[in-house]
Write a protein that binds this ligand. Structure first.
Ligand SMILES: Cc1cn([C@H]2C[C@H](O)[C@@H](COP(=O)(O)OP(=O)(O)O[C@H]3O[C@H](C)C(=O)[C@H](O)[C@H]3O)O2)c(=O)[nH]c1=O
Length: 182
C-alpha cells in the first residue's frame, strides 16, 4: 500500500497493493493497522455508504458540523469520478483550499478526507458506483454544505456546467463563509 499526504494536512491519497492472477484481482480495501502505521491515524469507521450515479452527477459539497463531523475513506468501484475535498478547518493554514483526486475502478485509488473538510464528487464515466467509509454516523440535522461552484473555491469540475446533474438541495447551498462553518 502506498500512502501520500496531500497539500491539505491530514488528507491522504492511497494506492492499495493489488494482487492479480489468472482469476482476476484481490486487494485489501481497508486495513486499520496498516492505515495507522502509514498515517498515524487511529480511525474507527462506523458506517459504510454506497451511491450509484450517472455521468455529470455532482454530489456535494457536504459536511457535518460539530461532534457529528465525519472523516471519510472514499473510493470508486465502477467508473470514474473527480473527487474534491475542501479544507474548512477554522484555523487551518489552508482554509478554503481544495484537493481534487481522480478515483476510478482502473486506478483503484482511495482518498482519506479528514473531519473538518467539505466533500463532493462529479461522475466522469457513463455511470459510477461510489463507496466510502465514515468515522461518524449520518446526522441529518448537522448536515451543511457549500455551493459546488462557489467562486471563492474556484473548483474545476472538468465537465461543462450545463451537463451537470445536481440535486435541488445542493443547488441551494451557500457559498463558504467562515462564520457559518460550525
Ligand atoms: C449521506 C446519507 C444520506 N442518507 C439519506 C438521506 C437522503 O434521503 C438520501 C440521499 O442523501 P443525499 O442526497 O444527501 O446523498 P448524497 O448527495 O450522496 O450525499 C453524500 O454526498 C457527498 C458525496 C458526501 O460526502 C456525503 O457523504 C453525503 O452527503 O440518503 C442516509 O440515510 N444516510 C447517509 O449517510
Amino acid at each position: 500500500m502506498n500512502i501520500k499526504e496531500t497539500k491539505l494536512k491530514g488528507s491522504f491519497e492511497i494506492e492499495p497493493k493489488i494482487f492479480e492472477d489468472k482469476r482476476g484481482y484481490f486487494f485489501e480495501s481497508f486495513n486499520k493497522e496498516k492505515f495507522y502505521d502509514l498515517t498515524g491515524l487511529d480511525v474507527n469507521f462506523v458506517q459504510d455508504n454506497e451511491s450509484f450515479s450517472t455521468k455529470g452527477v455532482l454530489r456535494g459539497l457536504h459536511y457535518q458540523i460539530g461532534n457529528h463531523a465525519q472523516a471519510k475513506l472514499v473510493r470508486v468501484i465502477k467508473g470514474s469520478v473527480l473527487d474534491v475535498a475542501v479544507d474548512i478547518r477554522e484555523n487551518s493554514a489552508t482554509f478554503g483550499e481544495h484537493v481534487s483526486v481522480l478515483l476510478s475502478e482502473e486506478n483503484k485509488k482511495q482518498f482519506f478526507v479528514p473531519r473538518g473538510f467539505a466533500h463532493g464528487f462529479v461522475v466522469l464515466s457513463e455511470t459510477a458506483i461510489f463507496s466510502y467509509k465514515c468515522d461518524n454516523y449520518y446526522d441529518k440535522l448537522s448536515e451543511r454544505g457549500i455551493l459546488f461552484n462557489d467562486p471563492n473555491l474556484n473548483i474545476d469540475w472538468k465537465l461543462p456546467k450545463e451537463s451537470l446533474i445536481i440535486s435541488d438541495k445542493d443547488l441551494e447551498l451557500p457559498v463558504l463563509k467562515l462564520a457559518e462553518i460550525n
